[in-house]
Write a protein that binds this ligand. Structure first.
Ligand code: ZN
Length: 138
């Protein structure tokens, strides 16, 4: 079995932001030379997510609004913020949106359903944070 592991760093301009990373993942699959297998993509920080959904600007705004309803940025609301941090809301948002995705690789390509795209979801940004991409197969 072959494998290829890479790390990619993002530093978002905004505190919360979604970045479409589909091309980055597809490039790593190509570089791996793997034709049949799978690729794991995960955030390496507990206030960021990797998830699959649609590249549609209205929907991305809907996600942010929905997450703000579930876990609003409100420093006094959370016990976690009694520590040195004020990012409890970001931990909660990350958990809802998930840590990682696994996508099948078929014929050397990402084997997506219709409209599927891979996103990095940042909830406590403006600092460098990493994702891991691991391609496995043969
Ligand atoms: Zn924290």
């Amino acid at each position: 079995m072959k494998s290829r592991t890479s790390y990619h760093t993002f530093k978002t301009d905004k505190k919360m932001e979604f970045i479409n990373i589909t091309r980055t993942v597809a490039e790593e699959v190509e570089k791996s030379g793997i034709k049949e297998g799978m690729v794991l993509v995960n955030a390496m920080h507990i206030t960021a997510s990797v998830f699959i959904n649609d590249e549609e600007s209205g929907l991305k705004e809907d996600f942010l609004k929905w997450l703000e309803g579930l876990a609003p940025y409100d420093v006094d609301r959370y016990k976690h913020n009694l520590t040195m941090e004020n990012n409890a809301h970001a931990h909660l948002k990350r958990t809802v949106m998930g840590r990682e995705v696994v996508v099948a690789v078929t014929g050397g390509k990402l084997d997506f359903g219709p409209w599927e795209q891979i996103f990095y979801g940042e909830f406590d940004g403006q600092r460098p944070k990493k994702i891991l991409i691991k391609v496995l197969g043969g």
